[in-house]
Write a protein that binds this ligand. Sequence first.
Ligand code: 4NP
Length: 156
Amino acid sequence: MMKRVLFVCLGNICRSPTGEAVLKRMIQENNLSHLLACESAGTAGYHIGERPDHRTRAHGEKRGYRFDSLAQQFDPKKDFEAFDLIVCMDRSNLQNVLRLDLTGKYRDKVKLLMEFAIDASNLEVPDPYYEGAEAFETVIDLCENACRGLIHSLAR
Ligand code: 4NP
């Protein structure tokens, strides 16, 4: 059975496109495209239609990741039904998504990405937008760890 995963952050230009790029590569490398698919979205609409942040692309492309989607805003009318798992980067993103689930019907689909990580000391992927290069590297490290766990938990 195909599982669909949506990565969610605030702007959909830094963290959630990184999660999407990392998981897409793992899906491809592990021949799991019949089992797993993913996209990303932001809870805010400021950057709709934009490519990922140039720093996200620069750091990710150095590790061989490809960024091929444009920013879109989380759409409660479609996304709660369309996705099996909605993984949020931080607790603020999680609260923003849960607030849109007016009846609580989709509560169990909404999680923090880092819940899937191996030995995570922090359950949040920190917002790198106002930070330096190191913060963008950390986002990729955290996404790689969590996506490995996510693949193990979903692809069986
Ligand atoms: P993201 O990072 O949520 O990881 O995409 C941000 C991108 C843009 C803004 C904040 C965070 N912003 O304030 O425009």
